[in-house]
Design a protein around this ligand. Structure first.
Ligand code: AMP
Ligand code: DBH
Length: 538
């Protein structure tokens, strides 16, 4: 058994900016932080709802009792591999039951999962392993055509300090002998996990979330979205993404004893079939996926009458699309405007149609502080657009180990500068009307142009490159790379060659590869001589 909590001291992790003591005390007093860890959350539901179905993927179905047992077994296996309290562990798994077992196995040990997306490749995984000084990288042998084992082999060679763990698939068993004793366990105030930010720079930003703050947002999200033990959520998007994980997501379902169906792919054919098969009540979707559902012929053949509400967010949902949800899918719509850094806004059950279709909701907490300011930092009146800054009981005070970046991303009084331009109405509802950060939002997937530019600049035949988002009906934005070749007379490298370069030489995630390449001899510049990205993005 692990040591009693009173013998534990708070985990100290260099590079984490904690909430100020007095603020933390206030969040506890007000009942936001209740002293619960992720392991406590699961244990409570295992006891309250032992026989209800917790998770289903294409291979396995586990009740909460079974999930609880598997998590103990997996925790033992991970401990045997030397993983313990405070260790960072990069988790790179698709939407399968193993993901849930590993995540909670790590929570059980007080280790911190770093939630990579299944779409990430060696370039991103290497950065997460190095940036967190990871103890281990956990993945599977392969998924479809992708060999994750190859990534594991490369990581093992490049960063020998990282132990690589290949998770046995489905019911196959782990191969180890008796587990070792555990090195302590988590306290509620400890950092529980590191989420990823879409970021705006050449290196990804890591977001440290504590058990206390993350689970406050999860429990409130579950309450706002009115889910309970009869709810069945379809996880169509990557389960490791903050939205699918916590708004209210996988964790919200676990909080109330509901069931999570893990979709192997997000296509409407697969998803709508799963909706019928498992009488799905809720799903979290990005706008392009919602559009794909609405426009899919599968919608007319699959019985979707079980749907109660769709949670849609990650990128701006056009009002014309929002309006189609109730009549065409027979369920309600909830808009979700959130960020892995913290703040999450929802439209509410009972809101009038106009609010639900045209706003991105209002914050979870009465103590979410919202500031909407002009370029000089002066607050603007309600109804006028401005930069959104926020502070509150589940919004971080700084990225992990990024002092320089934190100076630009947080105000001196601890507000997170979101980079979103919003309009707040007199009731506190927000509308996202633009963005001031250098980031492309490709249908909910966030891409930092600087990252793509760096990879392209590694190509010997490229003189310079500028990556921008350009408007797209389906995705909201597409990625376009303006490229100046070294040899202005040459016809190569071609777009196809550059795509292949990014995929096979640089090994970046497919969603970051530009949709379009434009070959130019110079970039437009602003009056001070900077590249004029605004004019390129038109
Ligand atoms: P990240 O910080 O990488 O978690 O991405 C969060 C960002 O996604 C927000 O700051 C917004 O720019 C964007 N976003 C999330 N939800 C919405 C939404 N419902 N409407 C518009 N933008 C959104
Ligand atoms: O886009 C996001 O990051 C996001 C969207 C909706 C998010 O993190 C969330 C809800 O929690």
């Amino acid at each position: 058994m692990s040591a009693p909590a009173k013998e534990l001291v708070p985990l100290r992790l260099d590079g984490v900016i904690a909430y100020p003591e007095d603020v933390a005390a206030q969040y506890r007093e007000r009942g936001y932080w209740i002293g619960q860890t992720h392991s406590d959350l699961l244990a409570k539901t295992v006891s309250d709802h032992a026989d209800r179905v917790a998770v289903i993927d294409s291979v396995r179905t586990l009740t909460y009792a079974q999930l609880g047992e598997r998590v103990q077994l997996v925790a033992g296996e991970l401990a045997w591999r030397g993983i313990g309290r405070g260790d960072r562990v990069v988790v790179h798994l698709p939407n399968t039951v193993e993901f849930v077992e590993i995540a909670f196995g790590l929570f059980e040990l007080g280790a911190l999962p770093v939630f990579a997306l299944a779409a990430h490749r060696l370039a991103e995984i290497r950065q997460f392993c190095a940036g967190t000084s990871a103890r281990a990288y956990v993945t599977v042998d392969r998924v479809g055509l992708t060999s994750y084992r190859d990534i594991a082999d490369d990581i093992a060679r490049e960063i020998p300090a990282v132990a690589t763990v290949l998770v046995p698939a489905g019911d196959e068993s782990w191969t180890t002998a008796a587990p070792l004793p555990r090195r302590g366990r988590a306290l509620p105030s400890d950092v529980a996990l590191l989420q990823l930010s879409g970021g705006t720079t050449g290196t990804p930003k890591l977001i440290p979330r504590t058990h206390d703050d993350y689970l406050y947002s999860v429990r409130e999200s579950a309450r706002i979205c009115a889910i309970d033990e009869r709810s069945v959520m379809l996880a169509a998007l990557p389960i490791s993404h903050n939205f699918t994980m916590s708004s209210p997501g996988l964790l919200g379902m676990i909080a109330v004893g509901g069931s999570v169906i893990l979709a192997p792919d997000p296509s409407p054919d697969t998803c709508l079939r799963l909706v019928e098969q498992h009488s799905v009540t809720h799903a979290a979707l990005v706008p392009p996926l919602l559009m794909a559902w609405l426009n899919s012929s599968a919608r007319h053949t699959a019985d979707t009458s079980s749907l109660v509400s769709l949670w849609v967010g990650g990128a701006k949902l056009p009002a014309e699309v929002a309006r189609r949800v109730p009549p065409e899918l027979g369920c309600s719509l909830t808009q979700v405007f959130g960020m892995a850094e913290g703040l999450v806004n929802y439209t509410r059950v009972g809101d009038d149609d106009r609010t639900v279709f045209t706003t991105q909701g209002r914050p979870i907490s009465p103590d979410d502080e919202i500031r909407v300011v002009d370029d000089n930092g002066t607050p603007v009146p309600d109804g006028e657009p401005g930069h959104l800054q926020t502070r509150g009981p589940y919004t971080i005070r700084g990225y992990f180990d990024a002092p320089e970046h934190n100076r630009h991303s947080f105000t001196h009084d601890g507000f997170y500068i979101t980079g979103d331009i919003v309009i707040r109405d007199s009731r506190g509802y927000l509308q996202v009307v633009g963005r001031s950060k250098d980031q492309i939002n490709r249908g909910g997937e966030k891409v930092a142009p600087a990252m793509v530019e760096n990879h392209l600049l590694a190509h010997g035949a490229i003189h310079d490159v500028s990556v921008v988002g350009i408007p797209d009906d389906a995705l909201g934005e597409r990625i376009c790379a303006f490229v100046i070749r070294r040899d202005p007379e040459a016809q190569t490298p071609s777009a196809a060659q550059l795509r292949a370069f990014l995929r096979t030489e640089r090994q970046v995630a497919a969603y970051t590869i530009p949709d379009m390449f434009e070959f130019v001899t110079e970039f437009p510049t602003t009056s001070v001589g900077k590249i004029d990205k605004k004019s390129q993005g038109k």
